[in-house]
Design a protein around this ligand. Structure first.
Ligand code: NAI
Length: 476
């Protein structure tokens, strides 16, 4: 039986990063993965969508060329784009495999399960079951569970993975559908609406709640809604779907609403959230605490109720984000190695890739965390930034939330070209407890989009330099 300091179950951004970090910390590590390394992010999420997103952006420029250009005819080969997407994915998956090998992490290709505790209670016994049923036993002093999440399915939605699909299958489609209905206008729904509308599909979005991207800042949600409407994306909000049925003869699918209305399309994408992959791992048997949805309870070290079993990524608290999952993995790996670290999600950035993209960090207006706090909001528009105009990317804005008294940055959100990079800068200030004056004291290269950061922050105290109608807020 193989014996390790740590065995990780699941090789996504939480699992493979924690395996590498365990090895860096001098621990012997094994990892069990049943599919390909990189998990949802690398194989069915962040990376493949960003390849197609980037091509959709290029297409948008071809369709709306910049000043001085006219494009007289071009053709799109979506099949080639999917080939390229697969190439990028396999390069990155290969990269993860090489990294694991270089750090001497033992890889087991199979489905992992904790089968029990060692007789002397000093560790755990796991099995890895390969596709052909071959079982390998693994012994480990510590276990990290990082099995991620999968698209949520509702029986009445009859997901057949052909014409009624989840995000997993739509990434494999090699022909742009003529029409696409998207159920759920959250992050996944909006990213795919942006991509497929650019490639010419007629899009209808059906959302249960009163607005799209309902967990984002209200200004962001309105901004994206306006952008989508200008591109003829049809959005229905506050609408409940009764059922979805395939149309006979492989002729698309029909969506039936509770109101009795019916809409048909070539394809339907169901993007209504994700379910947690925590079944069948042997966790209940060991009394690992989970809620009704299967979310695993962990402490600030990401250790579960069972000493020595850790959990990271989508299956614990916090948002379902790849970088949050990797952060979780590092917290677990360090604590296992005796480097005591408490996790803190208060300065957590995220991006949504619509065109223009969205970026956010920390608190945003409407968040519970701002209740009872006295704060100002600074705002600056891309239209007043020289580089944005030079790039013909003048659509967008950045909002910065600043504590009224201390002038510390509490959060920022916006939409505009390359905004995730601007948010990365603000994330650094926030990590170090930075104030508006720290941002002001930082010299920003000209001309860059990054100049939008000090302008928005300074607008919170009425001191933005390039704003004709600055806020009237005072320094104190
Ligand atoms: P989501 O929670 O973002 O959005 C689901 C939407 O579907 C919500 O607006 C919800 O109100 C709606 N909905 C739920 N049931 C419905 C029904 N029966 N009919 C109509 N609408 C319904 O979930 P989504 O988009 O599936 O994404 C899952 C997770 O993946 C997100 O939590 C996100 O964190 C992560 N993700 C992150 C990305 C990024 O960071 N760029 C990209 C894609 C996903």
């Amino acid at each position: 039986m193989d014996n390790f300091d740590v065995c990780i179950v699941g090789g996504g951004p939480a699992g493979y990063v924690s395996a590498l970090k365990c090895a860096i910390n001098g621990l012997s590590a094994a990892i069990i993965e049943k599919e390909k390394f990189g998990g949802t992010c690398l194989n069915r999420g962040c990376i493949p969508t960003k390849v197609i997103y980037s091509k959709a952006k290029y297409l948008s420029k071809l369709k709306n060329p910049e000043y001085g250009f006219s494009v007289d005819g071009f053709s799109v080969n979506y099949n080639d784009i999917i080939d390229y997407k697969e190439k990028v994915v396999s390069t990155l998956v290969g990269g993860v495999e090489k990294l694991l090998k270089a750090r001497n992490v033992r890889v087991f290709n199979g489905t992992g399960k904790i089968t029990g505790k060692n007789n002397d209670n000093s560790g755990f016994i796991l099995t890895s079951t390969s596709e052909d049923g071959l079982k390998t036993e693994i012994y480990a002093n510590n276990v990290i569970i990082s099995t991620g999440s999968s698209p949520l399915m509702i029986p009445s939605f009859n997901i057949d993975h052909k014409n009624i699909m989840t995000s997993d299958e739509i990434l494999k489609v090699r022909e742009i559908p003529g029409s696409l209905i998207i159920i759920g206008a959250g992050v996944i729904g909006c990213e795919f609406a942006n991509i497929f509308s650019e490639f010419g599909a007629g899009i209808k979005m059906i959302e249960l709640l009163p607005s799209i991207l309902s967990t984002e800042d209200k200004d962001i949600s309105k901004f994206v809604q306006k952008n989508f409407k200008s591109r003829n994306i049809d959005i229905m909000t506050s609408v409940e779907v009764e059922s979805i049925e395939p149309v006979e003869g492989n002729k698309g699918a029909a969506v039936y609403l509770k109101t009795g209305e019916k809409f048909t399309a070539d394809k339907v994408l169901v993007s209504i959230g994700r379910k947690l992959n925590t079944d069948g791992l042997g966790l209940e048997e060991l009394a690992v605490k989970m809620d009704k949805r299967g979310k695993i309870e962990v402490d600030s070290h990401n250790e579960t109720a069972v000493k020595g079993i850790y959990a990271c990524g989508d299956i614990i608290n916090g948002p379902m984000l790849a970088h949050k999952a990797s952060y979780d993995g590092i917290i677990a790996a360090d604590n296992i190695a005796g480097i005591v670290k408490e996790k803190d999600y208060s300065v957590l950035p995220w991006s949504i890739y619509t065109n223009p993209p969205i970026g956010t960090v920390g608190l945003k207006e409407g968040d519970k965390g701002l209740e009872g706090l006295d704060y100002n909001v600074g705002r600056f528009s891309y239209a007043a930034n020289g580089m944005a105009l030079a790039m013909e990317e003048s659509e967008g804005f950045l909002k910065v939330i600043v504590d009224k008294k201390s002038k510390r940055i509490l959060g920022a959100t916006g939409s505009g070209a390359d905004i995730p990079e601007l948010i990365a800068e603000i994330t650094s200030y926030m990590h170090f407890g930075g104030t508006v004056f720290d941002i002001e004291a930082t010299i920003h290269s000209h001309p860059t989009l990054s100049e939008i950061v000090p302008e928005s922050a300074l607008d919170s105290i009425g001191e933005a330099i390039h704003k004709v109608n600055p806020r009237t807020a005072k320094k104190n």
